[in-house]
Design a protein. Structure first.
Length: 695
């Protein structure tokens, strides 16, 4: 007698073979068990399996089986657009009709809604953020929930506070799951979860069958190469990138590091490109396809290229700087060797890694003062995010993150037109955030231990994810000896040092006053704007960034510019292709670094044989410190500067642009306001120069 499970297996196997295009294909261990739990038992299941194991096959096969039994479409919550594109392509190979509703295809929404109404969609992919879009949440989601056949949560570690890619919008899934009938199966999948995350996710699913396999990746050959500085790391890349197998990904910790590295490698003749959160969406898709088609040697990427990018034959993954946890590192190296016998994974840690980890960890944690300030500014009338930004001193990105956290907590709600306060009592969960902060610090320590451990590196990563099947891999540099070259060519070292010594970062002039500012509105008049300026370097740059981070570190003493620093500033001016050469130098007053600014202004004036006319004066010293959002920063400096009679007289004797010198640019409002004051005094143009720029 054929049992339901036997019949399901036969039917599921046929679908699997269509999906992978092989008549001899069979299920990996655990795949059919997950499918049967969903289809035969209507269960809630959490699948934790290594990258490349075939988690998408589970939900596509289960979807077709459930649909054949008369159920409605699957809702697949997917975190990244790149992941959605790959999932839709994979679905088509299996005969699954999959569509996505996201920010890139609003022109298709009406057609998709009609297809859903006609029951012509098997899988609807949505982002977790879409679940809180007011129109989708209130009009479309209730109907979908009423007829959904299955809910799938991909990259489910994002649900958990303890997941390395925690996203507040994912926490709403608990409420969505609670509204589903008990008979609707729910599948959560991830490749990167330790026991703490597994337990947390399973609890939020309302109890789940957990199917967990070994996380070892036999194809990966791991190694760690510690080099003294950024110049040595880049020189190693220049020496050996061509020797790495196939095509790959080189991860960096910051946008500027990705851009600097990509530029240097391209100038040396390597076919690479930068890929970051600032890369245009359309360009991202092109770059992904070029890498998949082996049309690039590598993408130099931040974590923006991560979950869901699927190139089964990716030959290598390198890291210039370490991610902040073994869990995050495992997720990224899991891009390589998914369908090949061998792939190389090499970490080149940097001395600056811990400082970068600390910055990102603190930037993402909401503070009680900020949260209460946001709630206090909201009422029952919708307030847009730009309008709210003008009322609280929080920049747009962290403000949006904080609003999501408060929304999930029930204190605020997103509606048409903006945000409202719900009036529900809200208490800052200090204990929870302290626990998360402590866990992140522990994970950072684990990453440092990974770099220095003498044990098997793959086993260490497995143990960090609480995989008790960990055994020595026999392939990594600790098991089998150093497999990567350690030499650096003389020409490569020279080229890397030259690249890192490059100076000059453009500073774009602002053209609009910030939304909601009480001081100025709309367009900045062309006759009041500064011209395009220059900075020596960004604080996040690989080369001069290290020097500037020390120079501008909290508590660092003020001092005149060193000869080396001043020489670099002079080189910026020498490379500056301005339309009209400046005729004089003016500096900004400073409460914190007057010696630095004055020495740079005088040094540039001397080098350029220009008169140094002195400094603007304070009409009223700025309040607060650097940073803050645009409206608040403008309020701090608007009306702060004035032209003294002596400076006015000196300006009257010159005809042409002025070089305006300051120490550090962040929001650019100090430069914008100071340039406006100078233009109001008859100066024909203002060319700002700063030593450093944040970001």
């Amino acid at each position: 007698m054929t049992t339901p499970s036997d019949a399901t297996r036969s039917e599921a196997l046929a679908i699997l073979r269509t999906l992978v295009g092989r008549d001899d294909a069979d299920f990996h261990e655990g795949q059919f068990e997950a499918i049967s739990a969903l289809v035969d038992d209507g269960a809630r299941a959490l699948v934790v399996q290594r990258t490349g194991w075939g988690k998408s096959a589970v939900y596509f096969v289960a979807t077709l089986l459930i649909r054949r039994r008369g159920a409605g479409p699957t809702i697949l919550v997917s975190p990244l657009l790149a992941l959605m594109r790959d999932q839709i392509a994979a679905a088509a190979r299996a005969g699954v009709r999959a569509v996505a509703i996201n920010s890139t295809n609003p022109h298709e929404w009406t057609q998709i809604q009609q297809a859903l109404a006609n029951d012509e969609v098997d899988v609807l992919l949505v982002s977790p953020e879409r679940l809180n879009n007011p129109a989708f949440r209130e009009k479309q989601l209730p109907e979908l929930v009423g007829r959904t056949g299955m809910l799938v949560v991909d990259e489910a570690h994002c649900i958990s506070d303890w997941g390395h890619d925690f996203r507040p919008d994912y926490r709403r899934l608990r409420d969505l799951i609670a509204t589903l009938p008990a008979t609707v199966p729910v599948l959560a999948t991830t490749a990167t979860a330790n026991s703490r995350v597994v337990d947390d996710v399973a609890e939020q699913l309302g109890g789940a069958v957990t199917i967990r396999g070994p996380l070892a990746r036999k194809s990966l050959r791991l190694g760690v190469l510690s080099l003294p500085d950024a110049a040595a790391r880049l020189a190693w890349l220049l020496s050996h990138l061509r020797d790495l197998p196939g095509c790959g990904i080189i991860y960096t910790l910051t946008v500027s590091a990705a851009e600097n590295t990509a530029r240097m490698l391209r100038e040396a003749g390597h076919d690479v490109h930068a890929y970051t959160g600032q890369t245009d969406t359309a360009e991202r898709e092109i770059l992904e396809q070029r890498l998949k088609g082996n049309d690039l040697k590598a993408l130099i990427a931040t974590s923006a290229l991560g979950m869901g990018f699927d190139k089964p034959d990716l030959g290598f993954v390198l890291h210039l700087g370490a991610p902040s946890s073994p869990v995050a590192y495992y997720q990224q190296v899991g891009r390589a060797g998914r369908a090949t016998e061998n792939a190389d994974v090499l970490l080149l840690p940097g001395l600056e890694d811990e400082a970068i980890w600390h910055y990102f960890a603190t930037a993402s944690m909401p503070s009680q003062a900020r949260a209460e300030a946001v709630i206090a500014e909201l009422d029952s009338e919708p307030t847009s995010t730009p309008a709210l930004e003008a009322r609280v001193d929080i920049r747009r990105t962290p403000l949006e993150l904080l609003l999501k956290v408060l929304d999930v907590d029930g204190a605020v709600r997103k509606v048409q037109g903006g945000w409202i306060a719900t009036g529900q009592p809200w208490t800052y969960d200090k204990e929870r955030y302290d626990r998360i902060a402590a866990e992140r610090e522990a994970e950072q320590q684990h990453m440092l231990e990974y770099e220095s451990t003498a044990q098997c590196r793959m086993a260490y990563l497995q143990s960090s994810l609480d995989d008790n099947s960990a055994v020595p891999c026999g392939r990594c540099d600790n098991c089998a000896g150093v497999w990567y070259p350690t030499d650096i060519g003389t020409d490569a070292a020279t080229a890397a040092a030259s690249s890192l010594d490059r100076v000059g970062v453009p500073i774009d002039p602002r053209a609009q006053w910030p939304v909601g500012s009480p001081h100025a509105r709309g367009t900045i008049a062309p006759g009041e704007r500064m011209l395009e300026g220059r900075a020596l370097a960004r604080l996040t740059d690989l080369g001069w960034g290290n020097t500037l981070r020390t120079l501008f570190a909290p508590g660092a003493p003020d001092a005149p510019a060193s000869p080396v620093l001043l020489g670099a500033c002079v080189r910026v001016l020498a490379d500056w292709n301005w339309e009209t050469r400046p005729v004089a130098v003016v500096s900004l007053p400073s409460r914190g670094r007057p010696l630095l600014i004055h020495s740079v202004a005088q040094g540039l004036a001397g080098a350029g044989k220009l008169p140094y006319l002195g400094s603007l004066d304070y009409a009223a010293p700025p309040v607060g410190g650097p940073g803050g959002n645009s409206a608040y920063r403008l309020a701090q400096v608007f009306g702060a500067f004035t032209v003294s009679p002596a400076l006015a007289a000196a300006l009257a004797d010159v005809s042409g642009p002025i070089l305006l010198v300051d120490d550090l640019a962040d929001s650019r409002w100090t430069l914008t306001v100071a340039a406006r004051v100078l233009r109001g005094s008859g100066v024909s143009g203002v060319l700002p120069f700063v030593v450093g720029v944040r970001g």
